[in-house]
Design a protein around this ligand. Structure first.
Ligand SMILES: Cc1ncc(COP(=O)(O)O)c(C=O)c1O
Length: 360
């Protein structure tokens, strides 16, 4: 690993990752979990995450991009890698050579796949209502799947859909289920994998359905619950920094860009070497951080590399500050800046070193 000089890091607890994976796997009735490790495993580090999941027995994963798929294939020769994002014509041979499952997400790619004269693993995507990727016309989809299942060089091993509202709109969710079930009921033969649930659907509803074989687990693998649910998960990422300076400000002093903080009483201000270029959003100026098991308020404007916290006399230079993943859950940071934990995790930028901890 490159030398780390800075005082800001993201601690990634791989035991907690394994705990979350196993808790959800055990909660499901005999379905196979496909961990979703796109976007560098939601910011947690795709190779390290896959290495630990591999130790837990996982032999399958989902990513978005061909780059992500190839990176993993170079290290893990025997896992199924599903590319959930779009493959283009030029990518098909590469996917074939590297045994990457492409997604058939529209008619153009379907036609190209039909013309392939090499072996290719495929997953067929049904657009059951989200109108993102997938085939929407049910009869067309049925014909396409039936034809692909007949082709010797095409290994159509999965059919899937994706939910738009599993966390907050059951009516729309049910409509998507109906579409998926209708397609499946019309097929001559089912591919060996049928999957639809993301985290919110896995936790709330997956056990109600017996026609699926797999689930696609993303955000909850990393310890975040998109819906309040009676399963205990553990945070995997803890975003940390250390106090580099403490200054006393007196009435008349002002702090930071735009001098938005000008106290009318003496205050102690801790300077943290973490800013919006690391993933702490400017809008989080309304938020709190954790120091020595207590919450302290962020003050003034958040800079690219720096932010400030109002502290008391107990706080010292060098004290560890946790932005999220301890007393303050990532969901609270997300809601404070009007987004979700997905965006907070993936905002933790490349220049924050990931430090992996694991005891088992
Ligand atoms: C196609 C697909 N499946 C599964 C997932 C995982 O979803 P979640 O992180 O909500 O579990 C995603 C994430 O965006 C996705 O795009």
């Amino acid at each position: 690993m490159n030398e780390i000089y800075r005082q800001t890091w993201a601690e990634i607890n791989l035991d907690n990752l394994a705990y979350n994976y196993n808790s959800i796997k055990n909660y499901l009735n005999n379905k196979i979990v496909i961990p979703i490790i796109k976007a560098n495993a939601y910011g947690h580090g795709d190779i390290k995450v896959m290495e630990r999941l591999y130790k837990e027995g996982v032999r399958i994963c989902g990513v978005s991009l061909l780059e992500e798929a190839l990176l993993l294939r170079n290290i893990f020769s025997d896992i199924v890698i599903i590319m959930l994002g779009p493959a283009l014509e030029k990518d098909l041979k590469i996917c074939s050579n590297n045994r990457i499952d492409i997604t058939i997400y529209n008619e153009d790619i379907y036609e190209l796949v039909l013309k392939c004269d090499f072996n290719l693993n495929c997953q067929f995507k049904i657009d059951s209502g989200m109108s993102r990727y997938g085939i929407k016309d049910i009869n067309k989809a049925v014909k396409m799947v039936n034809l692909l299942m007949e082709k010797d060089n095409i290994n159509l091993r999965g059919i899937y859909t994706h939910f738009a509202t599993a966390e907050d709109n059951k009516e729309f969710y049910n409509k998507q289920i109906e579409v998926m079930q209708l397609v499946l009921s019309k097929l001559d033969k089912l591919p060996s994998m049928v999957h639809m649930s993301n985290s919110a659907s896995i936790l709330q509803f997956e056990n109600d359905y017996d026609f699926t074989t797999h689930v696609r687990l993303g955000i909850s693998l990393y310890g975040s619950l998109p819906v309040s649910f009676g399963i205990n998960l553990k945070p995997v990422m803890r975003l940390c920094t250390k106090i580099v300076q403490i200054k006393k400000l007196n009435p008349g002093d002002c702090l930071g860009y735009g001098i938005t903080y000008c106290p009318n009483k003496p205050v102690y201000v801790a300077t943290l070497p973490i800013g919006y270029a690391d993933g702490i959003w400017k809008a989080y100026k309304k938020g709190y951080v954790e120091i020595n098991n207590k919450k302290y308020k962020i003050i003034a404007t958040i800079c690219m590399d720096v932010c400030f916290v109002k502290v008391d006399k107990s706080i010292k230079i060098g004290d560890v500050v946790t932005i999220f993943g301890g007393l303050i859950p990532v969901e609270v940071v997300g809601s404070t800046v009007k987004t979700n934990s997905y965006e907070i995790f993936t905002s933790v930028s490349y220049r924050v070193p990931r430090i992996y901890v694991e005891e088992k």
